[in-house]
Design a protein around this ligand. Sequence first.
Ligand SMILES: O=P(O)(O)OC[C@H]1O[C@@H](O)[C@H](O)[C@@H](O)[C@@H]1O
Length: 305
Amino acid sequence: MPVEQKEGKVVLTHPKGASAEILLYGATVISWKSGNKISSTPVERLFVSSKAAVDGSKAVRGGIPVVFPNFGAPAHPEHAKLSQHGFARSAVWTFDSIVMDNEAGVSVRLTLTPTPDIMVQYFRPFHLAYVVTLAEHQLSTDLHVKNTSQTTSTPPDALEFQALLHTYIRAPTSEVLVYPLSGGKYYDKTESTEEARSQPKEETRTGVDVKKFTDSVYENAPGKYQVIWPGGGLEIKAKNFKDVVVWNPSQEAGSKLADMEEGGWERFVCVEPGYVRGFARLNPGETWVGQQVLTPLDGDRPLAL
Ligand SMILES: O=P(O)(O)OC[C@H]1O[C@@H](O)[C@H](O)[C@@H](O)[C@@H]1O
């Protein structure tokens, strides 16, 4: 069965062996197993902490949580009641449909509209659709945001939001490098004062490492990244996610996360395409689509982490 629904999750299986699992809780992709052009054996590409809650009690520590409508602590007055990274990653989404089911890809759509719980914290009408497509050697995740307001006021009843795919890539943290961010502007959230956090820095490293606590928001980033370690790597392509966040808590911050497994920070890098500097804006009836495509790089070998 290429698409199976069981116990709060959707499992996609590609005829050539790749698979993906998506929790309805948060529409969180919690597993993506894929081979590559050289080795067809599917291997896990995403990191999920063994201490992560996968029962819907807390956003998942790993996989690909969906961040919407705010990134980090709320900065927009309309988001004031929301918690860090918004409600999409901790709301139960609805299985909508199978979009495609053939050798080119197995694809499903999940949706989220305001629930009573969301409406207590957030008044804007919206419709989110998340399309996850599994190909032989690729995983695409597309987030569609629609402003469903019927109001015809002037100025328009705009939906202003941030969105990000918080992708935890399984990789040896001490060796992984992210390209090409050199020359770009970033905001360093590990700085201790608000003033230092709001001053842009210029990236001078050809390949960005995460050997120490890293929480960097690259603004207007290139949209195509290589995440490379000795013997392996992935490409991430992003559309309409103009920014990218590179995060690894290291032991310093990782050991304080209750749902992070011991040493888990040594086994991943988060490379997170997003629209997080400023706000995307939709007038009533308009839709915005952000896309992420993950592909193992040629020469990639399975990781024993
Ligand atoms: O612990 P959370 O809420 O899942 O967030 C993890 C991290 O997510 C990153 O995207 C943020 O830039 C970090 O500041 C944050 O610590």
